[in-house]
Design a protein around this ligand. Sequence first.
Ligand SMILES: Nc1nc2c(c(=O)[nH]1)N(C=O)[C@@H](CNc1ccc(C(=O)N[C@@H](CCC(=O)O)C(=O)O)cc1)CN2
Ligand SMILES: Nc1nc2c(ncn2[C@@H]2O[C@H](COP(=O)(O)OP(=O)(O)OP(=O)(O)O)[C@@H](O)[C@H]2O)c(=O)[nH]1
Ligand SMILES: [K+]
Ligand SMILES: [Mg+2]
Length: 456
Amino acid sequence: MHLEDTIAAIATAIVPQQGSIGVVRLSGPQSLTIAKTLFEAPGSQTWESHRILYGHVRHPDTQVAIDEALLLLMLAPRSYTKEDVVEFQCHGGIMPVQQVLQLCLQQGARLAHPGEFSLRAFLNGRLDLTQAESISELVGAQSPQAAAIALAGLQGKLAQPIRDLRNTCLDILAEVEARIDFEDDLPPLDENLIRQQLQDLYQQLEAILDTAQRGELLRTGLKVAIVGQPNVGKSSLLNAWSRTDRAIVTDLPGTTRDVVESHLVVEGIPIQVLDTAGIRETADQVEQMGVERSRKAAQQADLVLLTVDAHQGWTEADQLIYDQVKDRPLILVINKIDLARADLVNYPPGITNIVLTAAAVNLGIDALETAIVEQVNQNNLSPQNLDFAINQRQAAVLTEAQLALKQLRQTLTEQLPLDFWTIDLRLAINALGRVTGETVTESVLDRIFSRFCIGK
Ligand SMILES: Nc1nc2c(c(=O)[nH]1)N(C=O)[C@@H](CNc1ccc(C(=O)N[C@@H](CCC(=O)O)C(=O)O)cc1)CN2
Ligand SMILES: Nc1nc2c(ncn2[C@@H]2O[C@H](COP(=O)(O)OP(=O)(O)OP(=O)(O)O)[C@@H](O)[C@H]2O)c(=O)[nH]1
Ligand SMILES: [K+]
Ligand SMILES: [Mg+2]
């Protein structure tokens, strides 16, 4: 893993001509030497760990100033990576940080791979794998709730129960192996106790696995498509909901030609809302392409808001659209209830989730959000307030552990020899170890950390 290299990267998001501060960071054995070559700290400032120095980054050959900057020194093992770390806090924009990075590379540092600082933090024992994954989730969080579960993971809320489960398995394994090695000197195994332990382990795993769906929802959010006939008020609904003028609204049917997207957060769930072209047969080629996109958006959405006009009632055209989307999770939005009575809309009995709105006057948006949260919870029975939530990788590996425990229960029931018990136990132990990274292959690490940002 080349821990002897000193790695360098720009650690903050950079935008040309913008941003007040940009950070370049170094980690590895040469960090301090490189920093001292590039950075001039005047006066009696001392190069001690956890100090900020003030000064200038200068080109080492010409002494030309590159930036006025602050330098933060964190010496091993008291740093994020547990290696010597130096951070140059430069002016923002791209020029200062890019030039400082170039100088670091000229002085022998190597450009860090995405996630390589965090990989080192993992390899050097600062973080376990679940904590490292939580860091990337924290950076990617799109809602306060998603950030909160990521931070919980970073603080070890997931790692700890997994380690406990693994230790219990290791204890059972030790008991079983002792019986294999010194059968005559030990009292017989308490099979009932082991059965009880297995049952507990299984249930705890089940509870942890139950957090996966909700976690996925909080992390990646929900794609919601507003579809319906032209002029029912889809764009008005998007605007009212997102409190913007994102989509053009006119009284001409066929106003929206392309998918219009808006992002919002409902009870911690990031939601991508798609307003689409009204679906109808049309000779207009451009509009027809828009209609195709509407159909596609509806098929790819996690939830469809089939919107109809209360004043028009349920029409044949509505029925045709409904037939195309009824296999999807769906909420019927009866709009324009300021113009007509919604209870006269004769929609099919198969539709159970209905919301009444008057988008033009911002009415019914709360009801819409409530209906969405209800719909989500119907398909997702896990508890609302999570201490932590596992991701898809962790869910897959924990499912393996659960299968191994199930197999072990079967092995006990069939009274198979103790050697078989150890096989099942080792499978479970190995899987649990892959969650926290105690047992993990290099290629898995590569896959996980390469998805991180550069400089993270
Ligand atoms: N400037 C800066 N901000 C940052 C980070 C960073 O690396 N640099 N972080 C990362 O991306 C996060 C903070 N994580 C960190 C975790 C540990 C240590 C650290 O130096 N720990 C030592 C120091 C404790 C002490 O005073 O002894 C330790 O635990 O030994 C630093 C940052 C978020 N903010
Ligand atoms: N009275 C009333 N009018 C509404 C309501 N919602 C939308 N409208 C009006 O209905 C017309 C069409 O609204 P849009 O939001 O453009 O409808 P759309 O479904 O996006 O239409 P297309 O993009 O053409 O498919 C506009 O004149 C809106 O002002 C409502 O709740 N009540
Ligand atoms: K319209
Ligand atoms: Mg529209």
